[in-house]
Structure formats: structure tokens, C-alpha cells
Write a protein that binds this ligand. Structure first.
Ligand SMILES: *Cc1c(COP(=O)(O)O)cnc(C)c1O
Length: 467
């Protein structure tokens, strides 16, 4: 590091012009967020070519860099913090949570150990207890804070693998898979793609899974779940990624308990139904499972990236994720890295803590139930306009179809181009469907009505093209 650059960096820290500039740009962005095109215009996408340049030889000017990103980057964003983005299950951001992120970005905490961040360690513990209480999970269940559900599913299944092998007298960490006893994995054919990914990463093999058919709503068929035993890992789902449907936890978790099998629940966005008194009938019985994965960045509307693994069996999770760590001296406090695969880690706990503290129990209930109400409204208004609704809208997901697949597909494309709102498509029972996911607090009933108008206009254009 030359003295020249160091001097400039000290000056940037001291004078804060670049941070003021970033703040001003962010405020401009926020002010436009409700009215901007939901997906960037073709022009904005074209302008991304401005970023195609070789890595500079010389150090740049911080303000110029920021301005380039604001000028050509901001217009090419997807308006996720507005009220009319209904793709994936993305969620918006709770302002208090975002503000906390800004402050804590300056802290730049690393969170593997109590000794690297006492405040992160404490808030991880506090939040763990809040989550148990809010979601009705058992006393003693521990939480690990990871990047998202892809990672938390992986952690849950790693814990399951560790405990199941241990019961069979096998140390998977040391002995690996060669000559290992056979474990069984049972999952629904409707399991999320990231469940298959975790199964593959953990060496179970996707073809070895006992896949179980699901019913018309996308729930695992309870009566088709095979006999379970202590070598079995059963994977259930709270919130089907298309239909939003919930498996029958009460029946299946009891069955698994009796057989000493492990149950993992993928509740990426749906587990939050447990935090709503008006929706927690959907999650009855989840407390009987062994591990639960869910996101802060979807239903709860924290900023990215925020995923949580919770596990009833502390030893299973910790031993699964820390095969060797003897060189690290742990404290008597909470050392976050014991609960996650990573060592160095962003302090995402602050945003999650702030979101929960800001909303409280009743605010979380209102947020979750509000998403459901908007989804129901969406379904009703679309139906009135002659669209077909293919799922029971039990949570926040609506599956919509036009008269035939080509019109549905063309309608999706025209909605996406309109900039009015954004929805994706999927296959559902061998049909092309429009998939609506209501997942931002910022979605108002006016947004829903306005989006339905965009659906109607898009379908008209699509029908003209497919008479
Ligand atoms: C989104 C989602 C995942 C993956 O979560 P990420 O946070 O994107 O890693 C897994 N399961 C379900 C049901 C999901 O909706």
C-alpha cells in the first residue's frame, strides 16, 4: 500500500463525502422505488456494457466509482423494494433492519467467535430464544445463521446424517462413506431444488432417495410415506414453492418420532406461518421435527442474506459442522461458528434481530397474515377477470393460468415487459402457469389491483398473437 493511497483512504474515512454521496444516491433510489419499472428497460440493460472494461492499472477515485455504479447500475436493478415484484419469493426490506445494516456495516464484525464479536454472539443467542418462542420450536433448539435456506437445508441434513450414522455406530466424519451402513432419505417429489442439491452435496445420491408422490396441492401424500426407522431422514415442506402448500406435520412427525427417524422441515418462507395466530393451523406439529430451515430474507423481509438453521439436537449439528476444530479455543460464551459451516461470516444477525424487535409478535403476525390477504385478493380479482386459479391459496402463493399454455406463456412475457409488475412462470400438473408470490410488506391492495390490470392487458395482447 503506497502512502498516497493510504492517505486518501484516511481522508475518505474522515471527511465522509463518499458516504454522504452513497446515502444521497440510496435515498434517490428509495424515493423512486415504488414507481420505477419493476424490471429494467432494454436501454438500462444495454447500458451495462459501460462496465465492460479491463481492470484499471491505477487506483481510482471513490466518488467516480460510486457515481458510475449509481448511473449505470441503479437503472438495471429489479425493483424488489417496491410493492409489485411477485417473482421467486423475494421479500422487501424492513427499513429499521436496513438502517441497522448500515450502522453495522461500519462495524465490519466477523462472527465466528465470541472473541471476534461479543455483541454478535449475544444477539445470536437472544434471537435464537425469540425464534423458538415465535415459531413454537422446542426448548433447547439451537440456531445457526447462514446465507439462506440452501445452506440451512444443507446444515439440517448434515446434522441428520451425523446423528443417524452415530446411532448405527458409524463416525461419518472420520470413516466417510466407504463400507458405511445404509441411511435412507425420504422426500416429496415436490421438494425444492435446493433439497436435491443438499442431498447431492452430502453424498446420499439423488437417485437413492425414496421419492414420495404429492397430492394436487403439492403436499406429500401422507399415506404413501414408507415405514420409517432410525436410519431414515424424512424431509418435509412448510410452503411449497409453487402452491404454498404445507405437508401434514402432525401425522408425519409423530410417525417419525415413534420410529426414531429424523425429520427436517424446509420452511424457507412458509415456516413463518407459525408466527401468525390466523395461519398457524398450517404448521401444526412442526415442533415435533428435529431440524428446521427458513429465511429471514423472504417472508420476514430482512435484507439479504439471511438464512437460519434450527436444530433440536445441539451435538448433532455442532459435530456435523465441526469435524475438526481443536486448534480453536472456544469461550464459555456462544461461538457462532459452531453452528454454521463457515468460519468467517458477515454479522447478519443484527438485521434479523432488528426486524424481529421492530415488528414484535403482533407485527410479525400482521406482516405474515397481510401477505396472505393480498394473495387471496389477487386470486379473487384474477378469477373475476376470467383467469383460472389452480391452487388453494392457503398462504402467499397463487398459481394462475389462461385458457391454453401458449397464451399463458405469452402473457407472462408481456407482463414482465410491461414494467408494471413482475411474475415468473412454472409448470404445474403438466400445465404452464403464472406463479405469483406475494412477499413484501410494501404490497398494498392498490398494487394488487394495478397488477391485475397489467395481467388483463397482457392477456389481451397475448390472445391477439394466438387467436
Ligand atoms: C427459496 C427456497 C429455498 C432456497 O432458499 P435460499 O434462501 O434461496 O437459499 C429452499 N426451499 C424453499 C421452499 C424455498 O422457497
Amino acid at each position: 500500500m503506497t502512502d498516497e493511497i493510504r492517505k486518501r483512504m484516511f481522508s475518505e474515512m474522515k471527511h465522509k463525502d463518499i458516504f454522504d454521496a452513497a446515502r444521497n444516491a440510496a435515498y434517490r433510489y428509495a424515493d423512486q422505488s415504488l414507481e420505477r419499472n419493476v424490471f429494467p428497460t432494454p436501454q438500462a440493460i444495454d447500458n451495462l456494457s459501460r462496465f465492460d472494461e479491463p481492470l484499471p492499472d491505477e487506483s481510482g477515485d471513490a466518488l467516480d466509482i460510486l457515481q458510475q455504479l449509481d448511473t449505470h447500475g441503479s437503472p438495471a436493478t429489479v425493483a424488489q423494494i417496491g410493492g409489485r415484484y411477485f417473482g421467486l419469493v423475494n421479500g422487501g426490506i424492513i427499513p429499521a433492519s436496513l438502517a441497522v445494516r448500515w450502522l453495522t456495516d461500519f462495524w465490519d464484525q466477523n462472527t465466528p467467535l465470541y472473541l471476534t464479536s461479543p455483541v454478535a454472539s449475544r444477539l445470536e443467542e437472544v434471537t435464537e430464544a425469540w425464534l423458538r418462542d415465535l415459531l413454537g420450536l422446542p426448548d433447547g433448539a439451537i440456531a445457526g445463521y447462514v446465507s439462506g435456506s440452501s445452506m440451512s437445508i444443507f446444515c439440517g441434513l448434515a446434522a441428520a446424517r451425523h446423528r443417524s450414522f452415530t446411532r448405527l455406530g458409524w463416525d461419518i466424519n472420520r470413516q466417510g462413506f466407504t463400507d458405511a451402513p445404509q441411511l435412507r432419505v425420504v422426500a416429496s417429489r415436490q421438494a425444492h431444488g435446493t433439497v436435491s442439491k443438499a442431498i447431492a452435496l452430502l453424498g446420499f445420491g439423488i437417485d437413492n432417495v425414496e421419492w414420495v408422490d404429492s397430492d394436487a396441492e403439492g403436499r406429500i401424500k401422507t399415506e404413501l410415506v414408507p415405514e420409517l426407522d432410525q436410519s431414515t431422514i424424512l424431509i418435509l415442506q412448510a410452503g411449497n414453492v409453487n402452491s404454498g402448500a404445507f405437508d401434514d406435520f402432525e401425522t408425519l412427525c409423530s410417525k417419525a418420532r415413534n420410529a426414531d427417524a429424523w425429520v427436517h422441515i424446509d420452511g424457507a418462507f412458509g415456516l413463518w406461518a407459525a408466527a401468525s395466530e390466523r395461519l398457524n393451523h398450517l404448521t401444526q406439529g412442526i415442533g415435533l421435527a428435529d431440524s428446521w430451515s427458513f429465511d429471514g430474507h423472504k417472508t420476514l423481509n430482512t435484507p439479504y442474506d439471511s438464512g437460519v438453521i434450527m436444530c433440536r439436537d445441539r451435538d448433532a449439528l455442532v459435530n456435523a459442522l465441526h469435524a475438526s476444530g481443536a486448534y480453536i479455543v472456544y469461550s464459555e460464551h456462544r461461538d457462532g461458528m459452531l453452528h454454521t459451516p463457515e468460519m468467517s461470516r458477515r454479522s447478519r444477525i443484527f438485521e434479523l434481530w432488528a426486524a424481529l424487535k421492530y415488528l414484535g409478535k403482533s407485527g410479525t403476525d400482521d406482516l405474515v397474515y397481510g401477505l396472505h390477504l393480498r394473495a387471496v385478493q389477487f386470486a379473487q380479482e384474477l378469477q373475476q377477470q376470467g383467469f383460472e386459479i389452480l391452487n388453494e391459496v392457503v398462504f402467499n402463493q397463487v398459481l394462475v393460468a389462461c385458457d391454453c399454455d401458449p397464451v399463458t406463456i405469452a402473457t407472462i412475457e408481456k407482463i414482465q415487459r410491461s414494467g408494471e409488475c413482475w411474475v415468473g412462470g412454472t409448470q404445474w400438473q403438466e400445465r404452464s402457469v403464472i406463479r405469483v408470490s406475494v412477499c413484501s410488506w410494501a404490497t398494498t391492495s392498490e398494487d394488487v389491483t394495478r397488477s391485475v390490470e397489467a395481467f388483463v392487458a397482457a392477456r389481451e395482447q397475448a390472445q391477439d398473437a394466438h387467436p
